[in-house]
Structures are given as structure tokens and as C-alpha cells.
Design a protein around this ligand. Structure first.
Ligand SMILES: NC(=O)c1ccc[n+]([C@@H]2O[C@H](COP(=O)([O-])OP(=O)(O)OC[C@H]3O[C@@H](n4cnc5c(N)ncnc54)[C@H](OP(=O)(O)O)[C@@H]3O)[C@@H](O)[C@H]2O)c1
Length: 258
């Protein structure tokens, strides 16, 4: 039996290189800060590079290291260069957080082809092609951890969010398929499925009467998730603490899917 480790050693990411997609706001911004605070050198990627510059400054002010890279996950030609840039700064990526995502609200009968494609291209194809690039590189460099950000809606449906629910359910299956095919190469692939988490884009809605009522009716814990509620799951999946976990989709939703 191995020696018992302290929690600090178990979750430590010193010397690791992470790449977080969709780091320019919301959950991705937080994920990048949490990984950096626990020792990882972090590549931060998104389309809004002005916001990435602000995040890089915040991480560095806290004593961490970050490298900002432009990435549009729907533009396949931008994926390999983003990995190249992070590798050039910090060495091979061994943690990928595939977080970039969009939601478009429309009833299925009214949804345009453009709306459907935008959601599927970003939320499912984007996770596939970014993960595929990571798998190819991690297979050569000795392994790593891929963390796909799905959603609790992968396990239920909601009117006007049909395309989003289909894409996120696809991410859960993709996570299992990737995990199965890469375990022997030392790569672990898991998903986090958040429920309602307060971020800058939904804060105003959840402060309204309708938003508050939704939480009271649908979330058994009767509260909105705080952005920090995902920190522990992220660190578990990224670090040695999760070394035997692969193919899992961890729901973090205050009981929403129940
Ligand atoms: N907040 C929640 O309650 C919640 C619940 C369940 C799941 N999620 C999932 O969590 C992830 C983050 O959501 P969030 O709430 O933090 O939303 P957000 O604040 O809107 O962040 C979305 C991020 O994705 C990036 N992005 C969008 N399209 C992209 C593209 N084509 N290429 C690269 N980056 C792209 C955006 O950056 P740019 O616009 O700068 O490219 C932004 O940084 C998403 O996958 C979302 O589905 C969120």
C-alpha cells in the first residue's frame, strides 16, 4: 500500500501545463484561475483576446503563469496553433479543459439551420476536435487529463434548449468514447456537468422574480451554484487525486437532475 498523501500533495498541479478553452469569461475564467492557483502553467484560449489579456494579468498578479492564445473552436485551423503556442511557452499540454460553449434559445420548430449548426459546431464538434488534438499530442508526450464541460441538461431536456441538450448529451457520450480509446495511452477523459451556476451572463436573469422562482422550484438545494462550486471537481479530475477516474460525467447541480 502506498503512503497516505496530504490533500495539498494530492491536488498539486505544479509543473503541469493546462489549456482552458472559453477562458475569456464565466466558468472558463474561473477554471484558469483555479488551475493556476494550484501550480499549473495555464494556456488561456478564446476569441476575445482583449479579455484574455486581462485574465493573464490577473493570474500573474496572483503569482501564477499564463499564456493567452486566440482560438475559435469552430475553426479547425486555429486548434493546432493554439496548442503549439501553449507548448512553446510551457511545454506539452497535459490538462485540457474543453469549456468553450454557447447556448441558443429557440423552440425546435422555429430553430434555423444556422442556430442548430452554431450550437452543435461549438458545443459538440468543438469539444471533439479540440480533444482529438489533445489526444494526439498527449499520446506522444506521456498522457494527461481531458475535462469536458458538459451540462446537467445532458440528462434531461428543457423547452427552447433542444439543440444545447443534444450537444451536451453528445459530450457525455464523446467523453466515454474518448476515455475508452485513450486509457491505455495514460489519458483520462472525464466530464463535468454543471447545473445552474451564476456567471456574468445569467446573473441578471437569476436576480429576477422568474429566475428566483425557477431555482426554488427546480433545484432541490434551493440555491444557484456559486462559480466556486466547481473548483473541487475540476481539481479532482485534473490532479493525482483523480488518477483512477476515467469516462465519468460528474453532475454538480444541487440536485437539479433529480
Ligand atoms: N453557467 C452555467 O450555468 C452553465 C451550466 C452548465 C454548463 N455550462 C457550460 O459551461 C461552459 C462555460 O459557460 P459560461 O456559463 O461560463 O458561459 P460564458 O460566460 O458565455 O462563456 C463561454 C465561453 O466560451 C467561449 N466561446 C464561445 N464560442 C467559442 C468558440 N467558437 N471558440 C472559442 N471559444 C468560444 C467564449 O469566449 P469568446 O466569446 O471570447 O470566444 C466564452 O469564454 C459552456 O460550455 C456552458 O455550456 C454553463
Amino acid at each position: 500500500m502506498t503512503t497516505a498523501m496530504t490533500s495539498a500533495a494530492l491536488f498539486d498541479l505544479t509543473g503541469r501545463t493546462a489549456l482552458v478553452t472559453g477562458a475569456s469569461s464565466g466558468l472558463g475564467w474561473r477554471f484558469a484561475k483555479v488551475l493556476a492557483a494550484n501550480g499549473a502553467n495555464v494556456g488561456i484560449a478564446a476569441r476575445r483576446t482583449d479579455r484574455l489579456a486581462a485574465l493573464k494579468a490577473e493570474i500573474e498578479a496572483d503569482g501564477g503563469r499564463a499564456c493567452a492564445v486566440a482560438l475559435d473552436v469552430t475553426d479547425l485551423s486555429s486548434i493546432a496553433p493554439a496548442f503549439d503556442a501553449v507548448e512553446a511557452a510551457f511545454g506539452p499540454v497535459d490538462i485540457l479543459v474543453s469549456n468553450a460553449g454557447v447556448a441558443v434559445e429557440a423552440m425546435l420548430a422555429d430553430m434555423t439551420a444556422e442556430q442548430w449548426r452554431k450550437v452543435l459546431d461549438t458545443d459538440l464538434d468543438g469539444v471533439f476536435f479540440t480533444g482529438q488534438e489533445a489526444i494526439r499530442r498527449m499520446s506522444r508526450s506521456g498522457g494527461g487529463s481531458i475535462i469536458n464541460i458538459a451540462s446537467a441538461i445532458a440528462f434531461h431536456v428543457s423547452k427552447t434548449l433542444g439543440a444545447y441538450a443534444v450537444a451536451k448529451a453528445g459530450v457525455v457520450q464523446l467523453t466515454k468514447a474518448m476515455a475508452l480509446e485513450t486509457a491505455s495511452a495514460g489519458i483520462r477523459v472525464n466530464a463535468i456537468c454543471p447545473g445552474y451556476i451564476e456567471t456574468e451572463i445569467n446573473r441578471d436573469f437569476f436576480a429576477t422574480e422568474a429566475g428566483r422562482t425557477m431555482i426554488q422550484r427546480h433545484v432541490p438545494m434551493k440555491r444557484l451554484g456559486d462559480i466556486g462550486d466547481l473548483d473541487g471537481t475540476l481539481l479532482l479530475l485534473a490532479s493525482k487525486a483523480g488518477s483512477f477516474i476515467t469516462g465519468a460525467s460528474i453532475v454538480v447541480d444541487g440536485g437539479l437532475v433529480l
